[in-house]
Design a protein around this ligand. Structure first.
Ligand code: 5AD
Ligand code: SF4
Length: 464
C-alpha cells in the first residue's frame, strides 16, 4: 500500500467522528516547518486542529534535542497527558530529533509504554501508515530509521501563517561542531532540487504569500552535495546558495526573502554580492558567532577565528548598506576561561548585533565536548549568561533610540495583542512595531511607518 492508501483508510475509519489533533513543536524553525507538513497529512486524513490537549484525540509531539530543557518539557507534558489517555484513549505520537537518539528512544519504550507512535526526523512521511496501524490494526509503532532519509517532495502542508512561509532547502548538517548533536540526529547534508524549491515558492506567491524564509542547518552549504540525494538526477545551473537566492528573488509576488541559518565559514563573496544586488533580501542576517575566542572556536570546530569573524562582519557591513546582524552565542563551553569569555563580550561590543540568541552550554551525550572533563560549573555559566545579557540589553536600548524618526517598511501582521485597535508588524531587523490603522492599509499589506517612540520591548509609530 502507498501512503495515500493509508490516508484513505484512516479517513474512512474515522469519518463522522469529528476527531481533533493537537501538535506541540519544540525547537527550531526546521521543526516548525516539519510540523506544518505533519499537520498537512493529518488534516488530509480528516482530523481538525485544536489548541486544547483535553479536546484532542491525537496528540503529536515534534521534539528537539539541541539543549537539555526541551527534554524536561517533553517528559513533563507526557506525564500530564497519561491520565487523559486512560480516560479517552487519546493516541500519542512522538517524533523529531530526540527520537533519533537511542537513549531517548529506549527511555520512551521502557518508561512511557502508553505512547503509541514514535517516529524520527527521516520518516515523517510514513505517519499515515503509522496511524493506520494504530487505528485499524491496533498495533504500536516504535521503529525509527537510522539512515539519512530520502528527500520526499509533495507532502501536503498546513501553514501556520498567511503571509510568511518557510521553505526547507536542505536537510542535515556535515559540520560536526563539537558541542552539537544535530549532525547525529538529522544526518548528512541533503539539498533539494532547486526546481522543486522554486516551484513551491511560485505556488506560495500565487496564494498571496509575501515573505519567504529559506531554511537549512547551513543554508550556504546548499548544493555542495551535488544533489546526490535527489531522485531523479538533478542538472541545474542553480548550483550554489547565491544563485538560489537570486532565483528566489526573481519570483514575482514575493517581496521579502530571509534565510536561516548560514555558517560564517561558508559566507562567500558571491552570497554577499547576491544580497547586495537583491533588495528583496532582508537586511537582517543571522550569523552564528558561538564564541568570540579563537581557541574556543577551534575546540568547537567552527572553522574561523575571532579576527576572521570580525573581518567578515566588517566586509558584510561595508558591502551591504543598512545591514543588521543577529547571532547565536554559547556561554560556558567546556574549558572556557574568564579571558576567553571576555573575548566574546569584546566581539559583541564591536559588532553590535541587533539580536542575540544566548545559550548556556548544555552537555549532549555522544558529542565530543560532552566527553571533556573540564566542564564549567553551573554557577559560572549562569553568571556569564547574565553578564552577556546585561551588555546586550544596554546595546538594544541604544539601538531602539536610533530608530526614532526613521521610516520603516512594515508588513501588517495583525492586531496588536495588547491593544486590538492597533496593528502590529516588524521592521526588517525584527523589531516589533505597533501603530494605528489608517483605514486604507489592511492586514497583509506592506506599509510605511514612521517610528515615534521606544517602549523597550517594542516601538510605536504612525503610518505615513
Ligand atoms: N548547548 C548550548 N547551545 C547549543 N546550541 C547548539 N548546541 C548547543 C549546546 N549543546 C545552540 C547554538 C546553535 C543554536 C541553534 O543552538 O548556538 O546555533
Ligand atoms: Fe550544529 Fe554546527 Fe551543524 Fe549548526 S553548523 S547544526 S551548530 S553542527
Amino acid at each position: 500500500m502507498e501512503q495515500i492508501d493509508f490516508v484513505k483508510s484512516v479517513k474512512d475509519e474515522i469519518k463522522d467522528k469529528n476527531l481533533k489533533y493537537v501538535i506541540l513543536t519544540f525547537g527550531c524553525q526546521l521543526n516548525e516547518n516539519d510540523s506544518e507538513k505533519i499537520s498537512g497529512m493529518v488534516e488530509e486524513m480528516g482530523y481538525t486542529k485544536t489548541e486544547t490537549f483535553e479536546k484532542a484525540d491525537l496528540v503529536i509531539f515534534n521534539t528537539c534535542c539541541v539543549r537539555e530543557n526541551a527534554e524536561e518539557r517533553l517528559f513533563g507534558k507526557l506525564g500530564e497527558i497519561k491520565k487523559m489517555k486512560e480516560e479517552r484513549n487519546t493516541i500519542i505520537a512522538i517524533g523529531g530529533c530526540m527520537m533519533q537518539e537511542q537513549s531517548m528512544l529506549d527511555k520512551i519504550k521502557k518508561s512511557y509504554r502508553y505512547v503509541d507512535i514514535v517516529f524520527g526526523t527521516h520518516t515523517i512521511q510514513t505517519l499515515p501508515e503509522d496511524l493506520y496501524k494504530v487505528i485499524v490494526k491496533n498495533e504500536k509503532v516504535k521503529e525509527v530509521w537510522d539512515i539519512d532519509g530520502e528527500i520526499i517532495e509533495g507532502l501536503p502542508i498546513k501553514r501556520n501563517d498567511k503571509y510568511r512561509a518557510s521553505v526547507t532547502i536542505m536537510y542535515g548538517c556535515n559540520k560536526f561542531c563539537s558541542y552539537c548533536i544535530v549532525p547525529y540526529v538529522r544526518g548528512r547534508e541533503r539539498s533539494r532540487n532547486p526546481e522543486d524549491i522554486l516551484n513551491e515558492i511560485r505556488e506560495l506567491a500565487k496564494e498571496g504569500y509575501k515573505e519567504i524564509t529559506l531554511l537549512g542547518q547551513n543554508v550556504n552549504s546548499y548544493a555542495k552535495d551535488h544533489f546526490k540525494y535527489c531522485k531523479p538526477e538533478v542538472k541545474s545551473e542553480i548550483d550554489t546558495f547565491a544563485k538560489l537566492l537570486r532565483a528566489v528573488c526573481s519570483i514575482e509576488g514575493i517581496e521579502k526573502v530571509k534565510f536561516m541559518s548560514p555558517h560564517p565559514r561558508d559566507f562567500t563573496d558571491d552570497v554577499i554580492e547576491a544580497i547586495r544586488d537583491c533588495p528583496k533580501v532582508s537586511r537582517m542576517i543571522h550569523m552564528p558567532l558561538q564564541s568570540g575566542n579563537s581557541k574556543v572556536l577551534k575546540e568547537m570546530n567552527r572553522g574561523y577565528t575571532k579576527e576572521q569573524f570580525l573581518e567578515l562582519a566588517e566586509k558584510m557591513k561595508s558591502g551591504i548598506p543598512n545591514l543588521h546582524l543577529s547571532t547565536d552565542i554559547i556561554v560556558g563551553f567546556p574549558g572556557e576561561t574568564e579571558e576567553e569569555f571576555e573575548d566574546t563580550l569584546d566581539v559583541v561590543r564591536k559588532v553590535e548585533f541587533e539580536q542575540i540568541f544566548m545559550f548556556i552550554y548544555s552537555m549532549r551525550e555522544g558529542t565530543r565536548a560532552a566527553a571533556r572533563e573540564d566542564q564549567v560549573s553551573e554557577e559560572i555559566k549562569h553568571q556569564r549568561f547574565d553578564r552577556l545579557k546585561e551588555l546586550y540589553d544596554g546595546q538594544v536600548e541604544k539601538q531602539n533610540e536610533s530608530y526614532i524618526g526613521t521610516i520603516q517598511d512594515i508588513l501588517i501582521e495583525g492586531s496588536s495583542k495588547n491593544d486590538e485597535t492597533k496593528y502590529t508588524g516588524r521592521t526588517d531587523s525584527n523589531k516589533v512595531v505597533v501603530f494605528e490603522p489608517n483605514g486604507k492599509e489592511k492586514i497583509g499589506d506592506i506599509t510605511k511607518v514612521k517610528i515615534t517612540e521606544n517602549h523597550k520591548w517594542f516601538l510605536s509609530g504612525e503610518i505615513i
